[in-house]
Design a protein around this ligand. Structure first.
Ligand code: ADP
Ligand code: MG
Length: 290
């Protein structure tokens, strides 16, 4: 078992071979004998080492389903997902176990991701236990490394989930995802349940971890400012399709698709309203003081 590795950063991520390469992926859900839902339609996406790719789109646009298809958690109805050049639908059981450690997910609600009856430390170690990785003392040692990476103390890890704050619980979920040393971390609305200050804290932690651990991030959010904060590239999803793809600068500076323009405009309105409210609150506080 290897220790947590750090890697030089700044290498041209885009020129590297993708870890995951998805081509024309569609995912269809059967609702009953007659009707189906087309959740994802013909999406192509690469996840390259050390890159961070954002999936942005409104609720129901197929972001989570696409992410699950990339990890082989839901079968594609057409198209292919390749990992290191191999179609993931054809992996042997042993290869699938290795693929599982390559990519890990962090979800929106840290509370429901952690077992309420188990100490945080047990939940963090669990993926190693399930996959049979390391001896007991090696698992403990790896967990300690993870705690320090995500900024949690051992006494906090000895508590139960309800005894930690939302931000601390999300840190624990990140530690749990990282303990198998993945190459890709998929964050599905991972800061949506947190307030704005905590969102920034967790986003900064994730980008630090990406640099320290040589990670690729797939970052999913309905909130364009959140995705733009952390992503080099973005896919804008609408009704299961990628309607626009490019670098974050390209997309925010000159959106090509009407839907992206709408997303950007609504973001500006929201930011404007937040600013207005913050200004008003500051003014009220000032008046109260004088
Ligand atoms: P997003 O993450 O962007 O909100 P989802 O990928 O969750 O979107 O959903 C895309 C579409 O697929 C939605 O219409 C949703 O209702 C449908 N869907 C997602 N999962 C399932 C499922 N397991 N069974 C049936 N329909 C589903
Ligand atoms: Mg979703």
């Amino acid at each position: 078992m290897t220790a947590v590795h750090t890697a030089p950063t700044g290498e041209a991520a885009n020129s590297a071979e993708p870890i995951i390469r998805a081509r024309n992926v569609s995912v269809e859900f059967k609702l009953n004998r007659k009707s189906t839902v087309q959740a994802v339609s013909g999406v192509s996406i690469d996840v390259t080492p050390r890159s961070s790719v954002g999936l942005i789109g409104e609720s129901g646009s197929g972001k989570s389903t696409l992410a699950r298809a990339l990890l082989g958690l839901v079968p594609v109805s057409s198209g292919t997902v390749e990992w290191e050049g191999q179609d993931i639908s054809r992996l042997t059981a042993a290869q699938m176990r290795r693929f599982r450690t390559t990519a890990q997910m962090v979800f929106q609600d840290p509370h429901s991701s952690l077992d309420p009856r188990r100490r945080i430390l047990t939940s963090i170690i669990e993926p190693l236990t399930v996959l049979g990785i390391g001896s007991k003392s090696e698992r403990q040692e790896r967990a300690e490394q993870m705690l320090s990476l995500v900024g949690l103390r051992m006494d906090q890890a000895m508590r139960f989930p309800h005894q930690l704050s939302g931000g601390q619980k999300q840190r624990a979920c990140i530690a749990r995802a990282l303990i198998v040393e993945p190459k890709i971390l998929v964050c599905d609305e991972s800061v949506a349940a947190l307030d704005v200050a905590l969102q920034a804290e967790i986003l900064n932690l994730l980008s630090d971890l990406r640099d320290k651990l040589d990670l690729a991030l797939v970052f999913i959010s309905h909130d364009l400012s959140v995705v733009a904060h952390i992503s080099d590239r973005m896919h804008v999803m609408y009704l299961g399709e990628t309607v626009e793809e490019g670098t974050t600068e390209q997309i925010t500076a000159s959106p090509q698709h009407e839907y992206t323009t709408t997303l950007l405009a609504s973001q500006l309105t929201v930011d404007g309203q937040q600013r207005e409210r913050a200004d008003k609150a500051a003014q009220t506080a000032q008046e109260a003081r004088s």
